[in-house]
Design a protein around this ligand. Structure first.
Ligand code: SF4
Ligand code: SF4
Length: 415
């Protein structure tokens, strides 16, 4: 049953039409059209809410093209919550019948069933290794290489702290991360243990619903959140719920807003939101960094210099910018360089790179130039979608560089 949507007209009225957001927007950069800019989209939303504009295919397309990267939010002096507006708008579009392409809906359906996703990725890996993938659809061909099953082993339910123990955390393993980058979650688990935390991966292993909310499938996203809220109430709260995926972390940290249409669930979800924190922000807390710093050793010389690229849902969604850099700078002998446009979207953006491959490639091209000019030997990220997108770029590069998650780099430094 659909929950009523919260009205978003008051939020669109916050826009003072200053236009500061426009040059930061990737779709405006590619098209130069006002209707493909944040200001343009906010005013289309307002016109629709005021019943001056019909909800038709043209309106749907302008909204669908948005990456929901939320870079516009970071520069907006009026505090327009663009991500929230866009999720509400997309939900409205889905309810009016403007749904994502069937292939994207199929992908979303797999992602929320962890076992189904695990089997599906196993089959895809087999098709990739045997070459059969060439005869499959474009979606299967666009998927990244599935790692061997050893990489896709589920995490243990519990891993004990190295002494002295200081507390207990849950590790939010995500849905894509365990299938494509299982080593990242294992690295995070090891780091958390080493700084003194018992690490629990609670069962059932649930999807957080971030991709579904992003695509306008609000009912599915709210049902998944209900599962998380129940899990927390049944098992009891840890000291923190640590995420290695920027998208999942941003979604769960904003639940009271996302659930505004269901006040009872929003109230129960507040405890969950308050506990969710990105792994970088958690490890960079003063007391944790003090315990981590003496454990770190120099990285292999060939990895340096490192360049950290900010995932949109970490910098724009969670305001986490300094902490990943602080952690990298804590590694002895590290050499780190900055990308010129580290906060620009790489084009991954939820399912955007699958739904709009051409636009995503154009978006990535300028990031690849940025990386090239930085002189970095390793690209460091903190989100599985960005990880995939950067690796796609490296496959066609004349000077490919390794792409590593921040947790992998730190765990490598543990020795
Ligand atoms: S979220 Fe990103 S793509 Fe969408 S309007 Fe804002 S800056 Fe542009
Ligand atoms: S920066 Fe904010 S207030 Fe200014 S035009 Fe963009 S959305 Fe409106």
């Amino acid at each position: 049953m659909s929950a009523p949507r919260p009205p978003h007209l008051p939020t669109t009225l916050d826009c003072i039409t200053c236009g500061l957001c426009i040059p930061t927007c990737p779709t405006w950069q590619q098209t130069g059209r006002e209707s493909q800019s944040p200001r343009g989209r906010v005013h289309l939303m307002r016109a629709h809410q005021e019943q001056r504009l019909p909800l038709d295919a043209v309106y749907a397309q302008e909204m669908e093209d948005c990456l929901v990267c939320r870079r516009c939010e970071s520069v907006c002096p009026a505090g327009v919550s663009f991500g929230a507006l866009m999720e509400t708008t997309r939900e409205e579009l889905v309810q009016a019948g403007y749904r994502a392409k069937p292939s994207m809906r199929w992908l979303l359906a797999q992602v929320r069933h962890r076992k189904r996703l695990h089997w599906g990725m196993g089959l895809l890996g087999w098709a990739q290794r045997s070459g059969l993938v060439r005869h499959m659809g474009t979606l299967a061909q666009a998927m990244p290489a599935v790692p061997p099953s050893s990489e896709r082993e589920p995490l243990p339910d519990f891993a004990g702290a190295h002494s002295p123990r200081v507390g207990e955390v849950w590790l939010l393993e995500g849905c894509v991360m365990p299938e494509l980058y299982g080593r990242v979650n294992r690295a995070a688990m090891r780091l958390l243990q080493r700084v003194g935390y018992d690490v629990r991966v609670p069962k059932p292993r649930l999807c957080c619903g971030a991709l579904h909310a992003h695509a306008g499938e609000g009912d599915v996203a709210r049902n998944l959140v209900r599962g998380w809220v129940q899990l927390l109430e049944d098992v009891g709260a840890p000291d923190a719920i640590v995420s290695t995926s920027a998208g999942c972390g941003a979604h769960l940290a904003e639940l009271p807003r996302i659930l505004a249409s269901d006040p009872d669930l929003a109230r129960r979800a507040e405890a969950l939101s308050n506990l969710v924190i990105d792994a970088s922000a958690f490890l960079a807390r003063r007391e944790n960094l003090e315990r981590l710093r003496p454990l770190l050793n120099p990285l292999p010389e060939a990895w340096l210099p490192l360049a950290y690229d900010d995932p949109c849902h970490l910098c724009h969604g969670q305001q986490v910018r300094v902490q990943p850099r602080e952690l990298l700078d804590a590694i002895p002998g590290v050499h780190r360089v900055e990308l010129l446009e580290a906060e620009a979207c790489c084009g991954s953006a939820g399912l955007h790179s699958f739904a709009h491959p051409e636009a995503a490639r154009t978006q990535l091209a300028s990031k690849l130039v940025d990386l090239e000019q930085s002189g970095a030997a390793t690209l460091v990220t903190a989100n599985p979608g960005c990880h995939m997108q950067w690796e796609t770029g490296q496959r066609t590069s004349t000077a490919p560089r390794p792409v590593r998650h921040l947790m992998e780099v730190l765990a490598a430094s543990l020795g």
